[in-house]
Design a binder for this molecule. Structure first.
Ligand SMILES: Cc1cc2nc3c(=O)[nH]c(=O)nc-3n(C[C@H](O)[C@H](O)[C@H](O)COP(=O)(O)OP(=O)(O)OC[C@H]3O[C@@H](n4cnc5c(N)ncnc54)[C@H](O)[C@@H]3O)c2cc1C
Length: 380
């Protein structure tokens, strides 16, 4: 079902967009440590690529999830993980809850401009003292009449310096733990909001990552997404979208990395033969191809379950875990088989090695995936 004529055309459209509107600028953005999110997102919006599954009444394409799978795989072909990550924050991390649970008015004001690319969105969950353990977050939204008054700090927020609004997860009662949190749309042009610092990173350097500060920030209670007090549960559902798209992107990235590495090893000679003629090298690549195939088809099974309306928590958790672990193995093999040139910044392998290391940490570390999986599978 991922190879119908419509899917093929869609894949070609995304690939052409990436080649024309992203790849020529990647080097410049990597050097600058930021990419022009508004400029790029408007182009993506005009091409209809920022709201694939969202309702047409809000500007979306009303497509099924299979198109998001292909979109992710094609984003993976961008030679900077920072750009694919930033785009997927807009499409699959900061907006699914708003589409799923938001009021009509909230969707008109914030979802539609995120789909057209007029607005840049960010997801603000992590805090200095609460990353893996989301239940430990402290940012507080206290109700004052028909407004929330927000105080706290968010850390490592992708698109953080450029965002027009945030999908914020904050405490809205004293219940503690998983209870009493809400998701709130916070526009970034309000008094009391500031970007405390833009963070310097190992990889994904073209994406801006920020620490954000909230000092008596006032937003209407009507900006709450869905049900007050159900924010944690809504965010857990949104995390499934995040984990799925991350795994789709990883498949695209690894496919390209293995293609490029095989091409290099065909040309590079040592001991009188192309390096690819060595059985060890060939077998290693064949094995990675086999594992990649398993992940690709696991992703498709996950997407099919999602389209049937099933709970994909277990699928998404396994996909994210295996994608993160595989990225590390593929990046290691690619750099190893390139030798010295692979270690040089002039070769794609260096950036790939740095960028892909994030997947085992961000969006829930490998150990957090294992913790969730152990629970789901009744291992205590
Ligand atoms: C580049 C980048 C972009 C990001 N973008 C966003 C964003 O847009 N929005 C957002 O909200 N967050 C974002 N994050 C945050 C990211 O999701 C967190 O960094 C991640 O969830 C881990 O949280 P932590 O950094 O606090 O690690 P900690 O919670 O301090 O954990 C540290 C390590 O401990 C281990 N560990 C944790 N729990 C367990 C356990 N139960 N058992 C065994 N080992 C364990 C893991 O190896 C983990 O990596 C981003 C992070 C980075 C680096």
């Amino acid at each position: 079902m991922y190879e119908t004529r419509d899917h093929e055309l869609f894949r070609k459209t995304v690939r052409a967009f990436v080649e024309r509107s992203i790849e020529p600028y990647v080097e410049e953005w990597e050097q600058a440590g930021i990419f022009p999110a508004h400029e790029l997102f408007r182009k993506l919006g005009a091409a209809g690529l920022l709201g694939l599954e969202y309702a047409p009444e809000f500007g979306g394409q009303g497509a099924d999830h299979s198109y998001s799978v292909l979109f992710g795989e094609e984003l993976g072909r961008i030679s900077s993980g920072g750009v694919s990550m930033a785009i997927s924050v807009q499409t699959d991390m900061a907006t699914p809850s708003l589409h799923r649970f938001g009021s009509e008015e909230l969707k008109r004001r914030y979802l539609t401009p995120a789909i057209t690319g007029e607005h840049v969105a960010a997801i603000a969950v992590t805090e200095p003292d609460a990353g893996s353990d989301v239940a430990g977050l402290r940012t507080r939204a206290a109700q004052d009449g028909d407004e929330w008054v927000i105080n706290g700090t968010k850390l490592y927020i992708t698109n953080g310096t450029q965002a027009d609004w945030l999908c914020l997860l904050a405490r809205t009662s004293d219940e503690g733990g998983y209870r009493g949190m809400s998701q709130i749309v916070v526009p970034t042009d309000v008094e009391g909001f500031s970007v405390s610092r833009k963070l310097d990173k190992l990889g994904n350097r073209s994406s801006d990552t920020a620490e954000l500060s909230f000092d008596d920030v006032r937003v209407p209670v009507a900006n709450t997404i869905g049900v007050v007090g159900r924010g944690f549960q809504q965010q857990m559902a949104q995390f499934q979208n995040e984990r799925m798209i991350a795994s789709y992107i990883a498949v695209g990235q690894m496919t390209m990395a293995l293609e490029r590495t095989a091409a290099y090893l065909r040309e590079r000679h040592a001991f009188g033969t192309p390096l690819l003629d060595n059985q060890y090298v060939r077998f290693r690549l064949a094995e990675l191809h086999a594992e990649l195939d398993l992940l690709r088809h696991y992703n498709y099974a996950c997407a099919d379950a999602y389209m049937r309306g099933e709970d994909t928590t277990r699928f998404a958790t396994i996909a994210k875990l295996k994608a993160g672990r595989m990225q590390r193995a593929v990046a290691d093999a690619c750099i190893q088989f390139h030798g010295g040139i692979g270690y040089m910044e002039e070769t794609w392998t260096a950036r790939y090695f740095r960028d892909t290391r994030l997947l085992s940490i961000g969006g829930g570390a490998d150990e957090v995936m294992l913790r969730a999986l152990a629970r789901i599978d009744g291992l205590g």
